[in-house]
Design a protein around this ligand. Structure first.
Ligand SMILES: Cc1cc2nc3c(=O)[nH]c(=O)nc-3n(C[C@H](O)[C@H](O)[C@H](O)COP(=O)(O)O)c2cc1C
Length: 297
């Protein structure tokens, strides 16, 4: 299913910056066409301690209210978005395939228009040890996407299902994963989540970002990742087409902050574009700024 059919300006926020009713309200009033809430997990998470965000790096560790608290405010978020004529998607994350399935169904029951299955978070640790990035594991990807998609599509075949990926430096990995996902019942690939395990230092030689495993390895995002994101979008588009899956959209995210960036993403093959770091930096006004620039190109 195409979520934003005929949208003149197919742009919205990237996951990570909208987790409250007020944030949904701000986005509903903005020029963003589609709102992404989350990522949300089954249990509430406080996130990683310490200094975990300094552009362009972050290691937040998925702080969020958890599914039970979201159930209290999710329907209100949906109402606000729909009254503004916007689509609203829930970004879901989990630590085993069954949690993803549970989150997917909860999103549908709350009235969200779709889910973004976050398989690309590099910053989650348990007991000091990092969790693997699911989208870099074919078997795990197949299991999570299969369970989540069937849980919602059996109730409504038009319920929108997208899958958010980690950037892949091995071109063959994109082809193998596209071949797998071409046969899954999904509507879009979202690329890319932050580039994993980047590192910067403070003046005293300590890592800029504090992480539970003390490495300082953090997710990399913002304007510098734009060429990488364009390359990922273009490779995904071509790979999906080659497996006869042209109906699966590719949504582009990574380093977008101007109208020209949106146009480049569309040239690369993106159907919808998401703005992360620039939205955090400039607030909801970024969408009308980018929109004016894009429409005047
Ligand atoms: C502080 C921060 C928090 C993020 N949280 C999430 C998240 O909860 N779920 C998710 O799928 N991606 C998350 N991301 C990744 C962004 O959605 C986006 O994929 C990435 O930042 C690249 O886009 P950008 O260059 O426009 O920031 C986060 C990124 C940052 C920097």
């Amino acid at each position: 299913m195409n979520l934003l059919i005929n949208a003149l300006f197919p742009v919205g926020n990237a996951a990570g910056w909208c987790k409250t009713v007020d944030e949904v309200r701000n986005l509903a009033r903005s020029a963003a066409e589609v709102i992404v809430v989350g990522s949300i997990t089954v249990p509430e998470r406080s996130g990683n301690p310490g200094n975990t965000f300094a552009i362009p790096l972050n290691s937040l560790g998925l702080p969020n209210m958890g599914i039970e608290k979201l159930k209290e405010i999710g329907p209100e978020m949906v109402r606000i978005a729909h009254e503004a004529g916007k689509k609203i998607i829930l970004s879901i994350a989990g630590f085993d395939p069954k949690e993803y399935r549970q989150m997917a169904r909860a999103a549908q029951e709350m009235g969200f228009d779709g889910i973004e299955i976050n398989l690309g978070c590099p910053n989650v640790a348990d007991g000091g040890k990092r969790k693997p990035i699911a989208s870099l594991d074919l078997r795990l990807t197949e299991e999570i996407v299969g369970l989540s998609s069937s849980a919602v599509k059996m109730h409504d075949p038009d319920f929108f299902v997208s899958v958010k990926m980690s950037p892949m430096s091995n071109p063959l990995q994109i082809i193998d994963t596209a071949e797998l996902l071409a046969h899954c019942n999904i509507d879009a690939i979202v690329t890319q989540n932050t580039f994993p395990n980047a590192l910067l230092f403070n003046e005293d030689g300590t890592p800029t970002i504090q992480t539970p495993d003390k490495t300082g390895w953090a997710g990399f995002a913002g304007s510098a990742v734009k060429p990488m994101a364009l390359g990922q979008v273009n490779q995904w588009r071509k790979a999906l087409d080659s497996f006869g899956a042209s109906s699966i959209e590719v949504w582009g995210v990574g380093g977008v902050e101007t109208g020209k960036d949106v146009r480049d993403m569309i040239w690369a093959g993106a159907s919808v574009i998401q703005v992360g770091t620039a939205y955090f930096t400039y607030g909801p006004k970024i969408f009308s700024d980018i929109g004016e620039q894009y429409l005047s190109l």
